[in-house]
Design a protein around this ligand. Structure first.
Ligand SMILES: CC(C)(COP(=O)(O)OP(=O)(O)OC[C@H]1O[C@@H](n2cnc3c(N)ncnc32)[C@H](O)[C@@H]1OP(=O)(O)O)[C@@H](O)C(=O)NCCC(=O)NCCS
Length: 144
């Protein structure tokens, strides 16, 4: 059974590196990782960390109200499709609503767009390129 817990910034690094930075020479540490408003969630099967996600209080000028940005969303390959990503987001929605957050947004890789849509996100605007990673859409979910 998978359960979700808050984890430290450092605990996110191995899975970010493995899933999001393989053959991509970009840092696995993000601006805002250690900010006081940032929190990180981990999905555990038994005691094994199998997925990570990070939530940073970052505004996107396309949206209004209190905002958080989702970053570093990653599930180990052998556990993808087993519900870890969905459970982390469900937990995040509860935490973010308590923080009076109006909008959660992210820069979504094309391959993950349908995953986010299943969790209630919509795309915003046109696709754009992030160097070394590929095409992305801004996606957002209203939490109120
Ligand atoms: C995208 C990702 C984070 C999803 O996490 P996950 O733990 O595999 O997702 P879940 O198992 O919770 O899936 C929830 C639902 O979305 C579906 N889903 C998962 N990934 C999907 C994808 N890439 N495209 C379409 N649907 C997807 C699942 O089948 C499941 O559907 P269901 O509710 O009908 O059963 C994960 O696959 C991943 O790490 N991918 C590689 C890195 C990546 O692209 N990260 C996102 C960067 S923006």
């Amino acid at each position: 059974m998978i359960h979700i817990k808050e984890i430290s910034t450092q605990e996110t690094f191995p899975i970010r590196l493995e899933v999001l930075r393989k053959n991509i020479p970009l840092p696995y540490e993000f601006n805002g990782d250690f900010d006081e408003n940032t929190f990180h969630l981990g999905a555990f099967e038994d005691d094994n960390l199998i997925a990570v996600s990070s939530f940073m209080k970052t505004n996107n000028s396309n949206f209004e109200g209190n905002q958080y940005q989702l970053r570093g969303m990653a599930t180990l390959k052998e556990y993808q499709g087993s519900g870890a990503g969905k459970l982390m987001l469900q937990k995040a929605f509860i935490i973010l609503k308590k923080k009076n957050t109006a909008v959660l947004w992210c820069n979504a890789r094309i391959a993950a767009v349908d995953f986010y849509k299943k969790q209630g996100f919509q795309t915003f605007g046109e696709k754009f390129e992030i160097s070394l990673v590929g095409k992305h859409y801004v996606m957002f979910k209203e939490l109120k």
